[in-house]
Design a protein around this ligand. Structure first.
Ligand code: MV4
Length: 492
């Protein structure tokens, strides 16, 4: 096993990796920006080093500074987490050239999967079904017209350098194609410094289903089942679950085997994710993510496999000791991303100091958090504060458990999307597992403002009066709802 690791990240994922490393007996080395001097990942690591001012361009994204800290601290490896430098092939190469272990796949794998047309070529060659369309960038709008005529409308223009939806354009008729081509190309150039675009058949109502894979340095690859991640807003996932409510065992096996083939085609090492679009019983390769993902806990809960532990074991050169047949799924897990965004105000980012924090607990509840009371939430970083994850024997019980856990959660000081999640748990289509990437377009009521503020004030006043009566011995007890309303009101 590795002796030590530098975690080139912050927030909940840095804390998660530190916990995993500690359980493996690996010494943990944190880095922090000026805004994160007292952050949980700094306090929980064995050692911590400053790397610059708050903006990530001057701290968490400074590849050379991170490698220099690794050298100075005697770290043997660097774990990049997700975001930041995690999918930068040049960073992975630089880490290895410095004689350190990169906890992730080979730089060549990262580079190939980062280029979306290259990824499609590699997958098509490996016999992985891709969305019908091109595997080369379009040289000009004329060629786009010819290709679209062949594929049939609607088509989707995508950036070759893309991901995350930037430079994407749906085109419904031939007359729109030229303008859309130019707009997509311009947007791709601005976002990625590369205006190359290609096109695919547009799927109107798919689910986003992804397969977790794990590979070692000795050529073994297994899959750990799927995650359903359809509930998203503007390419930001909000709720994820495992398993998917709709895959049959046969579909799971087919998708899993396809993901393993995809991973083998790029000699995948470590933990990775193969994303698919699933529609009407068909699935198509979308992208491969060469990192540990935010939503990895739901897979850990249904498989019992600790992904961070296996990242470290694989990075240490250990062979995977289990085969596909050894991996069994049981129960159901749901994750809600708790972000500092106000769902009532168009998911606008909210900032401030965490004044009060009550973390849900009890059976089947997991909290992967990066905040404590007193934490300052700024605009410098991703708004993800924590992930609330539940596990139960079946989906209906998991939904009920998540609703209960969300009721226990109290975060004061910044607005969060937790009230949005609480509504989702009550929503009939969600409860029925009837999801697609258009779920929120089809349920705009979930994003509408709450009932009257006056109602909340009246409830708080009633609770205060009730408490007064109780203290004077005239009321037998304070109900749970009144008690919570009151304490929320007292905290102001
Ligand atoms: C698609 C698609 C429909 N048809 N491709 C969005 C970001 C990028 N990673 C790929 N994306 C999509 N590609 C075809 N041929 C719809 C999306 C898409 C999407 C995919 C997964 C999760 C959320 C999404 C939200 C909007 C659009």
């Amino acid at each position: 096993m590795l002796g030590s690791v530098l975690i080139a990240n912050r927030g909940e994922i840095a804390v998660r990796i530190i916990r995993g490393a500690r359980e493996c007996g690996v010494r943990t080395i944190a880095v922090y920006s000026e805004a994160d001097r007292l952050a949980p990942h700094v306090l929980e690591a064995d050692e911590a080093y400053p790397i610059g001012p708050a903006p990530s361009s001057q701290s968490y994204l400074r590849a050379e500074a991170l490698i220099e800290v690794a050298r100075r601290s005697g770290a043997e490896a660097i774990h990049p987490g997700y975001g930041f430098l995690s999918e930068r092939a040049d960073f992975a190469s630089a880490v290895e050239e410095a004689g350190l272990v990169f906890v992730g796949p080979k730089a060549e794998t990262i580079a190939a999967m980062g280029d979306k047309t290259e990824a499609r070529r590699r997958m098509a060659d490996a016999g992985v079904p891709i969305v019908p369309g091109l595997v080369e960038a379009l040289a000009d709008p004329e060629r786009a017209e010819a290709a679209a005529a062949e594929i049939g409308f609607p088509v989707l223009l995508k950036a070759s350098a893309g991901g995350g939806g930037k430079g994407m354009r749906v085109v419904r008729e031939p007359e729109e194609l030229r303008r859309a081509f130019e707009a997509a190309s311009r947007e791709a150039e601005a976002a990625f410094g590369d205006g190359a675009v290609y096109l695919e058949r547009y799927l109107a109502h798919p689910r986003h289903v992804e397969i977790q894979v794990l590979g070692d340095e000795h050529g073994r690859v297994v899959h750990l089942g799927e995650r359903e991640c359809s509930i998203q807003r503007r390419h930001q996932k909000l709720v994820e679950e495992a398993p998917s409510a709709v895959l049959t065992p046969e579909e799971r096996e087919a998708m899993g085997a396809t993901a393993v083939r995809a991973a083998e085609a790029v000699e995948y090492r470590g933990a990775g994710t193969v994303e698919f679009l699933y529609e009407d019983g068909e699935f198509f390769f979308l992208e491969m993510n060469t990192r540990l993902q935010v939503e990895h806990p739901v897979t850990e809960l249904v498989t019992g496999i600790d992904l961070v532990e296996w990242q470290f074991r694989v990075a240490s050169g250990e062979p995977l000791p289990f085969t596909q047949d050894d991996i069994e799924l049981s129960g159901h897990a749901i994750e809600c991303r708790i972000t500092s965004e106000d769902h009532l105000g168009g998911f606008l980012p909210s900032t401030g100091r965490i004044a009060h924090l009550e973390i849900p607990s009890g059976p089947g509840v997991r909290w992967d958090g990066g905040i404590v009371r007193g934490s300052e939430v700024t605009l410098h970083y991703d708004p993800l504060l924590a992930k609330l994850v539940v596990y139960a024997p079946d989906r209906a019980r998991a939904v009920a458990r998540m609703a209960r856990a969300l009721d226990e959660l109290v975060i004061d000081g910044v607005d969060t999307c937790a009230p949005f999640h609480r509504r989702v748990m009550d929503e009939p289509d969600f409860q029925a597992g009837d999801l697609s990437i258009r779920y929120l377009d089809e349920h705009p009521e979930l994003l509408e403002p709450d009932g009257d503020d006056d109602e909340a004030l009246a409830a708080a006043l009633a609770a205060a009066l009730l408490e007064d009566e109780y203290r004077k011995g005239r009321a037998p007890r304070i109900g749970r709802a009144a008690g919570r309303t009151l304490s929320a009101w007292q905290r102001g």
